[in-house]
Design a protein around this ligand. Structure first.
Ligand SMILES: Cc1cc2nc3c(=O)[nH]c(=O)nc-3n(C[C@H](O)[C@H](O)[C@H](O)COP(=O)(O)OP(=O)(O)OC[C@H]3O[C@@H](n4cnc5c(N)ncnc54)[C@H](O)[C@@H]3O)c2cc1C
Length: 382
């Protein structure tokens, strides 16, 4: 169906992004996958092309257009090309909005130019070894000491954690037995701060070119000047930003479902079985027809969600519905597409195998499918 989400500016951006990723990212996919991360200079190159700072105000070196459709286009083109993006989706969809909405003028001048240029790659550290879904259970502490906070704790599964120059850390600054959501604060930890160390680069099933890491904070002195927003209000900030994070995951799900269908159509057109093309079987046609229909439904829902976000109307339950639906569709689509590849669908050299491995996490991170259902159910006032 014809899409109405994008305008001419986005299509112009699409052309630029496609040729950049085709030339500088896609050819390195195998090497970056083997290394388990994207080198920092690749982020700088993306920054030089204006891909990282579209939302950053012009006076801080960005494009000055806070429009999530630009990063959406970037992810669509990357999925078409099979180009790994590493920490870029988190940088664009998840962390940049915190900096844009919460930075003081001094912080904006300090950080935004680097965020736009790729000199400062960013991560967000919410999850801990003992708590992921239950964010109010965060144990990392920050105790005020004059002009600093003393930060202690450990985080895990942090996307971009090895390469990050700035990490937004969610820490507990006070405890309120009446309300566990009170007393969490956002602190920006910088690369070289004493006491901040990075643990293992975690070995993952999928997204193997993205660095995912454990982070440790041992008596890290974080200046109060590095606090984002007000003390104790992090849960509120997280709640208002998690909707965009969930849309980002839905974008990944839908764009990768598309890539799975496309590569499978090509495969079944060429694969010979029982003296003819695999595409001639009614089962092949029916399976791909189902995949295409589910993909289309997911894309329409996602595009509408993006429109709602742009209009300032997307609420937490809407974002949860979109993430739940799009990621569950992706899971079904990639599984059927693997089946149509037969044994080749199990070989790492095939795109569908990578897409299958990458797909599994979208139903887990950024709030699992079960947590999405809790949020949706809450809106039903059962
Ligand atoms: C590749 C990857 C990248 C990630 N990147 C980041 C990042 O950049 N920053 C960050 O902070 N975190 C990140 N995460 C963490 C991610 O968001 C968490 O893994 C996720 O929120 C789930 O938390 P958990 O792993 O602790 O699982 P748990 O919370 O232990 O959940 C285990 C199971 O219990 C279910 N469950 C939990 N609570 C309920 C409930 N109330 N009702 C019903 N079922 C429930 C869950 O749905 C799940 O099936 C990443 C994770 C991965 C795998």
């Amino acid at each position: 169906m014809r899409r109405s989400l994008f305008e001419q500016d986005h299509e112009d951006f699409r052309g630029l992004v496609h040729s950049f990723l085709e030339k500088e990212f896609a050819p390195n996919a195998a090497a970056w996958t083997a290394a388990g991360l994207i080198p920092k200079n690749a982020y700088r190159r993306a920054g030089e092309q204006g891909l990282l700072g579209t939302a950053v105000p012009v006076e801080h070196g960005g494009g000055g257009v806070d429009d999530i459709r630009f990063p959406y286009v970037l992810m669509e083109e990357a999925a078409k090309l099979g180009a790994p993006l590493g920490g870029i989706p988190v940088h664009l969809f998840v962390t940049t909005p915190y900096y844009l909405s919460l930075c003081t003028p001094e912080q904006a001048a300090r950080w935004l130019p680097g965020i736009a240029s790729g000199a400062l790659m960013t991560s967000i550290a919410m999850s801990e070894p003992g708590t992921g879904s239950d964010l109010a259970g965060i144990q990392t502490t920050a105790v005020r000491d004059g002009d600093h906070y003393i930060l202690n704790g450990a985080k895990t599964f942090i996307t971009g954690g090895i390469n990050a120059d700035l990490v937004i850390v969610v820490a507990r600054t006070s405890a309120d037995p009446e309300n566990r959501r009170h007393g969490l604060t956002l602190l920006v930890v910088e690369d070289a701060m004493p006491g901040f160390t990075r643990g293992r680069k975690l070995e993952k099933l999928g997204f193997r070119a993205t660095d995912t890491a454990e982070l440790f904070f041992d008596e890290v002195r974080v200046p109060v000047a590095n606090r984002l927003g007000e003390e104790g209000r992090a849960f509120e900030y997280l709640t208002s930003n998690l909707g965009v994070e969930r849309l980002q995951i839905a974008v990944a799900a839908v764009t990768q479902a598309r890539a799975a269908i496309d590569t499978t159509i090509e495969y079944v057109r060429n694969r010979e079985v029982f003296g003819g093309k695999l595409s001639r079987f009614q089962n092949t046609k029916f399976v791909l027809a189902e995949c295409e229909t589910e993909f289309e439904a997911a894309q329409v829902l996602l595009d509408r969600g993006i429109e709602e976000l742009l209009a300032g109307r997307l609420d937490a339950a809407d974002a949860a519905k979109i993430k739940l639906f799009c990621t569950e569709v992706q899971g079904r689509v990639v599984d059927r597409c693997v089946q149509l590849h037969g044994g080749y669908g199990y070989m790492l050299e095939y795109d569908i195998t990578r897409l299958y491995a990458d797909a599994r996490v979208t139903r887990i991170y950024g709030g699992s499918s079960e947590i999405m259902k809790l949020i949706i159910a809450k809106s039903l006032a059962l």
